[in-house]
Design a protein around this ligand. Structure first.
Ligand code: 5GP
Length: 134
């Protein structure tokens, strides 16, 4: 059975898309630790990050770096943290989390955002990526 993230890639489940290329997709986490919490995933469905082939692993890191830099310029934070967990969704994903305090990194403190805030954030990060690429 396809993972929930494969369903997002295929457009069967909606997401607040931040960026996409041929091999990777970035979208906002639906239950964010902090405003701007973004997930970067390979379109190839693989459960664990260390099982990715090297090319996809390095591509995911490069894609995540690009998205993370745009996120850092869009959201007020001390830094953007990266983590890989995967205990909930068995499809590789890099969490990019704007951090101000340690609790933002704990996955036990969550923030609620409105639909409008999600739409605005995804658009703002996405357009920052385009600007940084120029
Ligand atoms: P992990 O697998 O790393 O423990 O966490 C999975 C992450 O995916 C969680 O932060 C959770 O909020 C997020 N997530 C789970 N289902 C969905 C979904 O359908 N849409 C989005 N945008 N995020 C999801």
């Amino acid at each position: 059975m396809p993972t929930i993230f494969t369903k997002i890639i295929n457009g069967e489940i909606p997401c607040f898309k931040v960026a996409e290329d041929e091999n990777f997709l970035a979208f906002l986490d639906i239950n964010p630790n902090a405003k701007g919490h973004t997930l970067c995933i390979p379109k190839k469905e693989v459960n664990k990050i260390l099982d990715l082939d090297e090319e996809t692993y390095l591509g995911l890191m490069s894609f995540s770096r690009k998205v993370g830099k745009a996120l850092e310029e869009t959201v007020d934070c001390k830094r953007v943290g990266m983590s890989v967990i995967g205990l909930e969704v068995p499809h590789v994903h890099v969490h990019l989390i704007p951090l101000n305090e340690m609790k933002d990194a704990t996955f036990q403190h969550k923030v609620k955002l409105s639909n409008e805030e999600f739409v605005e954030l995804a658009g703002a990060i996405g357009s920052k990526i385009e600007k940084l690429q120029k």
